[in-house]
Write a protein that binds this ligand. Structure first.
Ligand code: RB5
Length: 148
């Protein structure tokens, strides 16, 4: 399992914490920045991470900004990407089980570190469900195909 991670200035304080958490579980992590706390624009980092995930089949991404909202909106504009804004273990589990999301987004200003840990655990330990859920994901990708 490999994760790409990126943040903006409002999410950068959680980047090292999340990297260490994933690495402690034996998961490979590639840090796509930023590498300083200076103010940056979240769409730039959402694009960088989403394109990396799309080009590396089977990989996953984590995007962190203040709320997670901007990152999720921007990442979902990248063809082939399903990015989910999650607030707790349940939404993270459903993002994988029902939506087959490849990118997990959350807000550093919204979630405490304990919740982030449970969100990441749920995301990495849940597999996409087949049947009606896979069919709905296929419909999402048909919209993507028709509009990109
Ligand atoms: C930055 O102030 C903030 O707008 C950004 O991190 C994010 O929350 C946007 O959705």
């Amino acid at each position: 399992m490999k994760f790409y991670i990126a943040t903006d200035h409002a999410g950068i304080r959680y980047k090292e914490f999340v990297k260490e958490l994933l690495e402690s579980k034996g998961i490979e992590v590639e840090d796509l920045g930023p590498y300083t706390p200076d103010r940056v624009d979240y769409p730039d980092y959402a694009k960088k991470c989403a394109e990396a995930v799309r080009e590396d089949a089977g990989s996953f991404g984590i995007l962190i900004c203040g709320t997670g909202i901007g990152m999720s909106i921007a990442a979902n504009k990248v063809k082939g990407i399903r990015a989910a804004l999650c607030h707790d273990a349940y939404t993270a589990e459903m993002a994988r089980a029902h939506n087959n999301a490849q990118i997990l987004c959350f807000g550093e200003r919204v979630l405490g570190q304990g919740v982030v840990e449970s969100v990441i655990d749920a995301f990495i330990n849940t597999q996409p469900e087949e049947g009606r859920h896979a069919e709905r994901v296929a419909k999402i990708m048909q919209i993507d195909e028709a509009n990109n």
